[in-house]
Design a protein around this ligand. Structure first.
Ligand SMILES: C[S@@+](CC[C@H](N)C(=O)[O-])C[C@H]1O[C@@H](n2cnc3c(N)ncnc32)[C@H](O)[C@@H]1O
Length: 445
């Protein structure tokens, strides 16, 4: 064997080892994948690897998380006696093997070889080498046939989520959303600080100008290496996430209270429109991110650490934006781990918190003022289901319906009740978008 071959085998193994650690951190320790990855490249195994090998490790982890339900069904079909008890890393080693064989098309000999090599580190479980080898060889031979008989949406979603979405959006939309969740590449959306510059930056970044005015890059280099990053010409923000701020209308020179503001995407949008923004968040640490983001793009806002449920601002506001904490099921396309970390009870918890927040801020709005409420959730409990209760408790408010021609690109997302709903399968051929709910509530004069 040549030196190059040896070192590429070594780095391939280190990448797979990194993937194993990422998957464990997400599935067992409930870390977000991005946080686990950041930890791995600063302090963990991936620190010593080059960019390509790190990317390979992350790709394996993402593929396992996206296809976990399908992978586990395939494995169950080749493991007549099920997963052995007390088998340590076996399950995740096999999951990585199946992901590589069935979705990443990596050569079977390398996949099986690396899978059994894991046990050099996990000596206690070395007895599972033979089983690992046998199962993966069978998957490499017949796995694709098994996979063809599996319904991706049903397999990859927990039953409560599958039932919830098929009931709310129907079977076709649920399947179409899953199709987006399984895409290997997610486009990068950028919001320009100065919207008039879109043609210039679109050309420079080889990006597309979307109907909502933001830029979309189908593929991209590291974000901090892209043109315009250092000069603060734009920030990363999903196209759907840009719409709620626009619902406030013209806020130039107006006082806007931006609640639950970190990491600050919407704060930057408001400040760029010339509003006097007060941005409040529970987390001081997350507000530091808001400040860093504002500094980079050369914008300002007043930052306040506080709890929406108790904080007194001491004045009535003409404009309030509440981007409430939520289950974030609308962002699964970018965070596949959420499928495995969320439970039905979380929805009840977030919906009740959102209702409390909405009721609490109602008396902080000036007569004739506006609240825009939004969540990046696909669950109706965290969106339209909140309306009737709020209006019953706050009869001085009404929904101000969104009009199709008031904001570029918003027409397809307007619902019959005048609220906004985006879904991950919309703009599907261009890479989809986050699922967002937003509504505009006007207080009587
Ligand atoms: C969906 S994120 C907000 C995203 C942000 N608006 C943006 O556009 O970048 C939700 C935020 O709510 C904050 N949060 C959660 N509970 C809160 C509370 N009780 N009071 C204030 N902020 C809260 C979290 O710290 C988190 O930063």
């Amino acid at each position: 064997m040549t030196d190059t071959h040896q070192s590429s085998k070594k780095s391939g193994m280190a990448a797979r080892d990194g993937a194993l650690r990422l998957i464990h951190a997400v599935l067992s320790d409930k870390y977000l994948l991005d946080d686990a990855y950041r930890h791995e490249i600063t302090e963990g195994q991936l620190r010593r690897l080059n960019g390509n090998d790190r990317a390979f490790a992350k790709r394996i982890a993402i593929t396992v998380l996206q296809h976990l339900g399908e992978i586990d069904i395939v494995l169950s079909r080749f493991m007549d006696r099920g997963m052995p008890n007390k088998s340590g890393p076996l399950r995740n080693i096999l999951r990585i093997g199946v992901a590589e064989l069935l979705y990443l098309d990596n050569p079977a000999h390398a996949v099986v070889d690396c899978a059994v090599t894991h046990y050099r580190k996990w000596r206690k479980y070395a007895g599972f080498k033979g089983l690992t080898n046998a199962i993966l060889r069978r998957v490499s031979k017949d796995g694709a046939k098994e996979l063809a008989s599996i319904d991706p949406a049903k397999a990859n979603l927990p039953d409560w989520l599958y039932q919830s979405w098929t009931k709310t959006y129907g079977l076709a939309a649920t399947n179409a959303m899953m199709e987006q969740f399984l895409k290997p590449l997610i486009p990068l959306d950028l919001t320009l600080k100065n919207g008039d510059d879109s043609a210039h930056w679109a050309e420079k970044l080889e990006a597309e100008i979307m109907p909502t005015g933001n830029l979309r890059m189908a593929t991209h280099d590291r974000v901090d290496r892209l043109a315009g990053f250092d000069e603060g010409a734009w920030w990363v923000q999903d196209a759907a996430a840009t719409l709620p701020v626009k619902l406030l209308g013209d806020v130039t020179g107006q006082d806007v209270l931006d609640l639950c503001a970190a990491p600050g995407g919407k704060t930057m949008q408001l400040a760029a429109k010339g509003a006097n923004v007060t941005a409040l968040d529970l987390s001081t640490k997350r507000l530091e991110r808001v400040q860093e983001n504002l500094d980079r793009v050369g914008l300002t806002a007043t930052l306040v650490t506080g709890d929406v449920l108790t904080h007194e601002t001491g004045k009535k506001w003409p404009f309030i934006l509440l981007d409430a904490p939520c289950s974030a099921t609308g962002t699964i396309r970018r965070h596949p781990e959420l499928i495995h970390q969320r439970a039905a009870q979380d929805i009840t918890h977030f919906a009740s918190l959102q209702a409390k927040m909405l009721n609490r801020i109602a008396n902080q709005v000036a007569p004739g003022g506006l609240i825009v409420f939004c969540t990046c959730s696909l669950q109706s409990e965290e969106g339209p289901d909140l309306i009737s209760d709020f209006l019953m408790h706050n009869p001085d408010f009404g929904i101000e319906p969104i009009e199709p021609d008031e904001i570029a690109g918003i027409a397809p997302f307007i619902q019959n009740d005048g609220t906004m709903r985006t879904r991950p399968d919309q703009w599907g051929e261009k890479g989809g978008m986050d699922g967002f709910f937003a509504m505009r509530l006007r207080k009587c004069e």
